[in-house]
Design a protein around this ligand. Sequence first.
Ligand code: UT7
Length: 328
Amino acid sequence: MSIKIIGTGSYVPEKVLTNFDLEKMVETSDEWIRTRTGIEQRRIASADQATSDLAYEAAVKALEMAKTSAAELDGIIVASISVDHVFPSTACILQKKLGAMKAFCFDLEAACSGLIYSIEVAHALIKSNIKYRKLLVIGAEKLSSIVNWEDRNTCVLFGDGAGAMVLEKTPEGAEDCVLASNLGANGTYTEILQIPAGGSRMPASQQTIDNKLHYMTMSGQDVFKLAVNAMVSSCKEALAFADMPSASVTWLVPHQANYRILKAVASRLDIPEERVYMNVNRYGNTSAASIGICIDEMNRGGFVKPGDIILMTAFGGGLTWGSILLKW
Ligand code: UT7
């Protein structure tokens, strides 16, 4: 049994927040943000938009392209760290909005690696179970709701958006679009990228709110080094499994955290920069949404053609990481 991506969709909110806007909010500069991260602007959801609303817009587009009605979906997986509620799952909320009433639903939390984890899980479900033919996987984030807008170390980095894919089981004998994949994690680094409060470890209280502990905190330099090493070895493992040299990769699609991270990963894999898809300048880091937004832009923009080899790789809080080598 094999699978294929039959539709992609993405959505970013209308509101653009530029580096110059941020100069008025915290002590930063367009020059610092651009040279350290490559980010020029990011999108910010409106107060009445939750993560499921962003996911819905991306899902509708992916379903349209897949010529699939929501009622045909067997399952929905939403990857997010900025879920609508702790529970119920954002996937259940999305199910209702779409009318996908046959679908099982769950959220998957692997931070910025969430979409890679979700595709791996969906792939395994489709391949192992005769019941599941069409699954919707989405990375969706309203990170603006979990960012401390007074912390210049983090607030300049993140943006909102969603990227979706419809995966379908293909007929017997067809080629599987997933050539290789791997997931990884290292729980010894949980504290370098986290939201300290709001869970069972430190439930919400006046004190946690006063101390702004419901917002993301990050030790940027530690994350940077670990991110490059983990993505490079994960990509190498995927290429080795498929017995392919990095020269056969048409597009490297890394999680859009920081253009310096992307360049370092590409260079260590010997992949020239012109074969690295980047939109971090326009959207910043959208965590679980970033790879989905890239893939949809590439698909709709004619950047990919059948037979192209795409290497997606991500890294995020947990720590988590993973790579998927795809034949388009
Ligand atoms: O999505 C997956 C997880 N996230 C990532 O992968 C992000 C990984 N980390 C990074 O991308 C980078 O580490 C950052 C972009 C976060 C920071 O870049 P850096 O080159 O590692 O800078 P730094 O943290 O070493 O800070 C350098 C200086 C510091 O000042 P001092 O101590 O040298 O005086 C910071 O206080 O830059 C200062 N700084 C800023 N200055 C202006 C930090 N943030 C800002 C800012 N504007 N927004």
